[in-house]
Design a protein around this ligand. Structure first.
Ligand code: FPP
Length: 226
């Protein structure tokens, strides 16, 4: 039995890869893989909340993902609306939603108004929850985040680790303890490059829709391994 209290300070970050391959293996369209991926994310959120994990941050949509076929992009965006609409479940599990990505009012932001509304509403609707913080990275790219943080720091006349940290999209976000990447790809992508310094990395062959409770426990175990 895992002691929930022991994971209260744990921060897991997931690169949810392999939805397309999951679908292809089943002779389904890629969109079906993303649908299954969103459903599995809801399950992973529930399990992590029950394990007492403090923070879960997921790579929902990157600044590079906009070049995918328009129908696939539309589908992934609709799944974000679905995820941000799971307020009853999130509240039942005491989960607070947060978001990181290009700020809506800044040049370069591409988040459509309906996704902006879904994000803003979910943040407000779960603001009172005191358990796990689920941060969804949407229209997120780490290099863009770091260039912006460096520029804002420089405008204030000093560039230090502390000043950069205070200008990240979420200045309160603690360091990541373990990065998970599914589907057999052993690389990091443009995800939380500042925040993952020192993190363990958990790679698994399983595609994201098949990422399960045993895998979550294995990733958690890796944090404490020497
Ligand atoms: C990778 O699969 C996944 C993404 C591009 C991100 C989208 C993630 C989801 C839809 C899961 C649910 C998450 C949210 C936040 C709604 P891929 O298409 O790159 O898979 P492939 O490498 O097998 O082609």
């Amino acid at each position: 039995m895992v002691d929930p209290a022991s994971h209260a300070n744990v921060h897991i970050a997931c690169i949810m890869d392999g939805n397309g391959r999951w679908a292809k293996r089943r002779g389904l369209p890629r969109t079906a893989g993303h649908t299954a991926g969103e459903e599995n994310l809801a399950e992973v959120v529930r399990v992590c909340a029950q394990r007492g994990v403090g923070r879960l941050t997921v790579f929902g949509f990157s600044t590079e993902n906009w070049v995918r076929p328009p129908a696939e992009v539309r589908h992934i965006l609709s799944l974000h609306k679905k995820l941000f609409g799971r307020v009853d479940e999130l509240n039942a599990n005491n989960v607070r939603i947060q978001w990181i990505g290009r700020p809506f009012n800044e040049p370069g932001s591409r988040t459509p108004a309906y996704v902006q509304r879904a994000i803003t509403q979910a943040i407000a609707d779960t603001a009172g929850n005191t358990g796990m913080i689920l941060t969804v990275a949407f229209d997120y790219g780490s290099r863009t985040e770091l260039v912006r943080a460096s520029r804002l720091s420089a405008q204030l006349g000093k560039v230090t680790e502390t000043s950069i940290e205070s200008h990240l999209y979420d200045s309160e976000m603690p360091r990541v303890d373990v990065v998970v990447r599914t589907s057999g790809e052993s690389r990091i992508s443009n995800f939380l490059l500042w925040q993952i310094a020192g993190a363990k990395v958990y790679f698994t062959e399983r595609t994201w829709p098949d990422f399960n409770v045993q895998e979550i426990d294995a990733a958690l175990k890796l944090i404490h391994a020497t």
